[in-house]
Design a protein around this ligand. Structure first.
Ligand code: ADP
Ligand code: MG
Length: 236
């Protein structure tokens, strides 16, 4: 397995609270890796350590073989990471198409940019909303637009924190289809999620966090069959 992302004994505490402790995570090139665990398990904190939003209290982050522990988020983005945080943050006043342009400008210009924009609008099924302000899209559509903006950077690794939060079952399933299509085109994904139906739809391998630590790690079938994982979800 070639790991595109690795964390070594990664930890983050806030005052006396250990949000993440001693986490060794490996994401293989080409896979969809889901990070799951009950509320408060440390998923978003780990995600922000990987993205560079937080500096760790302990340990290291390696991306494409390089130690990026002390790199800023934008430096990680330059190296091929792209991040979508949990809360959508599209430019609400700007038209949908222009939101995509802002992101695409980092990679292309002119006719190439136009072509990419059309391709993304189609992929996101937002062609009919291209000229409407992003702020009037449904919550689910705003999440898609933001995924599109992250994808516009042509990342090697796409990080998504709860991409289906607040979505209807129909929107959730379509999000899963989008993610699988991007993965089939070669994009590696690390997805934080607690909706297990969605995890079953997309995941190839899973890391389970509990109380800030890795509780279990493995292929989708092994994790789903693990009765201990069910127990922590039910809060036993
Ligand atoms: P999850 O995303 O799995 O729900 P989080 O990573 O958001 O979990 O939180 C893990 C723990 O760390 C929780 O106990 C939470 O209250 C705490 N925590 C998260 N962020 C902060 C912060 N910025 N300051 C203090 N405590 C935090
Ligand atoms: Mg979270």
């Amino acid at each position: 397995m070639t790991a595109i992302l690795q964390t070594r004994a990664l930890g983050k505490h806030f005052g006396g609270l250990s949000a993440v402790s001693d986490v060794n995570l490996e994401v293989a090139a080409g896979e969809i890796h889901c990070l799951i665990g009950p509320n408060g398990a440390g998923k978003s904190t780990l995600f922000k350590l990987v993205a560079g939003t937080y500096a760790p209290s302990d340990g290291e982050v390696l991306f494409r073989g390089e130690n990026v522990t002390r790199r800023k988020t934008y430096e990680r983005v330059e190296r091929g990471m792209s991040v979508k945080l949990q809360v959508p943050s599209v430019f609400r006043e700007l038209p949908v198409a222009q939101n995509l342009e802002v992101a695409l400008q980092r990679k292309s210009s002119g006719r190439a940019l136009e072509r990419e924009k059309q391709r993304l609008l189609e992929f996101l099924q937002l062609q009919d909303d291209a000229d409407r302000p992003a702020g009037i899209l449904s919550h689910g559509q705003q999440q898609w637009l933001e995924i599109g903006m992250a994808v516009a950077l042509e990342p090697a690794l796409l990080l998504l924190d709860e991409p289906t939060a607040g979505m209807s079952p129909f929107e959730t399933e379509r999000t899963g289809e989008m993610i699988k299509r991007l993965n089939a085109e070669g994009m590696t994904m690390l997805v934080v999620e607690h909706d297990m139906t969605f995890v079953r739809q997309i995941a190839q391998r899973i890391t389970v966090l509990h109380l800030g630590r890795v509780f279990a790690q493995g292929g989708i079938d092994a994790i789903i069959a693990d009765p201990r994982v069910e127990e922590i979800y039910l809060g036993k």
